[in-house]
Design a protein around this ligand. Structure first.
Ligand code: C2E
Ligand code: MG
Ligand code: MG
Ligand code: MG
Length: 286
């Protein structure tokens, strides 16, 4: 009887929690099969030269098109991290991104890496194995990481980074300017590049202090000798400011939205044809 009471209490208290948990479990099951069935695929966003406007690289961004609608990586990446699926997701994204990047010789490929992956002692071996099996030139690959991991597990992060550096892989610090350990992390880990966070760029155009913070953040990286990519450029005004601040790479909806691989191929084809005709490359296609 006491047990019955306890049980009914739990049931009376918990229906919402149970539904929540069931939705989580369904999403997790869906994620598991989406990874193994190849339903999650990379879209690619151009990285363009600030000097010429030409595409110099592509960033792979995970896209999950489910029957119920598109699910954002901001939802399923954290879910993959929590449920032990992030290594499988990361390996899948790297393999698929490389398959496409093979069609775009001479361009760099950037792939996002979760802090959870970087803390896995097997991470470096997994990445080098994928590069070898696909015969992909390691010097074309940049891994984008966020600074949180450098604070929580600096030793394991450093081991993974050092090991992958030795085979020629580059590292970019993503979302720079919105975290905490910025200066220390930049110095210690010797990043090849930083990417200024979109939140700093999107404020620009509205008030002067936004421009000041942006300039100061870029100046900081530049003073440390690290080249800077600006993310999230949506208008001409932002582009001018960021060029003027010395960013050598630009990224954002203005210069190219994330797009499926065939659209990227089409644009590259058109731009190289245009460059041959006019002696320079075209900037905008959207
Ligand atoms: P991120 O790596 O900082 O990627 C930039 C995000 O900003 C992307 O969102 C991109 O679509 C969006 N974006 C780019 N330009 C603009 C712009 O001009 N305006 C606006 N409003 N947005 C812009 P997305 O694709 O939703 O990805 C969000 C985050 O999810 C990424 O941030 C990255 O941290 C994570 N992510 C995406 N794919 C992967 C993946 O394969 N593995 C891991 N570990 N994380 C991933
Ligand atoms: Mg990124
Ligand atoms: Mg970013
Ligand atoms: Mg981000």
């Amino acid at each position: 009887r006491a047990k019955e009471n306890g049980k009914s209490q739990v049931v009376a208290y918990d229906p919402e929690f149970d539904r929540e948990r069931q939705r989580g479990a369904e999403l997790e099951g869906g994620l598991r099969s989406a990874i193994s069935n190849g339903v999650i695929e990379p879209a690619f966003q151009p990285l363009v030269s600030a000097a010429t406007g030409a595409i110099i690289g592509l960033e792979a961004l995970a896209r999950w098109r489910s029957p119920a609608g598109n699910i954002s990586p901001e939802v399923f990446v954290p879910l993959a991290e929590k449920s032990g699926l992030i290594d499988a997701l990361g390996a899948h994204m790297l393999r698929r991104s490389i398959e496409h990047a093979r069609n775009w010789p001479g361009l760099s490929l950037s792939v996002n890496v979760s802090p959870v992956q970087l803390c896995n002692p097997d991470f470096a071996a997994q990445v080098t194995a994928i590069l070898e099996e696909s015969c992909f030139d390691a010097t074309r690959l940049t891994l984008e990481i966020t600074e949180g991991v450098l604070m929580t597990s600096p030793d394991q992060a450093r081991r993974s980074i050092d090991q992958l550096r030795r085979v020629g892989i580059k590292f970019a610090l993503d979302d720079f300017g919105c975290g905490y350990a910025s200066i220390g992390a930049l110095r210690q880990f010797g990043f090849d590049r930083v990417k200024i966070d979109r939140s700093l760029v999107s404020g620009v155009g509205e008030n002067d202090s936004g421009v000041g913070v942006l300039r100061a953040t870029i100046a900081l990286a530049t003073a440390l000798g690290i080249p800077v990519t600006a993310e999230g450029i949506e208008n001409q005004w932002q582009m001018e400011i960021l060029r003027d601040c010395g960013c050598d790479q630009l990224q954002g909806f203005l210069v190219g939205k994330p797009a499926p691989p065939y659209e990227i191929s089409l644009r590259l084809h058109r731009e190289s044809a245009g460059a041959q005709l006019s002696g320079q490359s075209m900037v905008q296609e959207e």
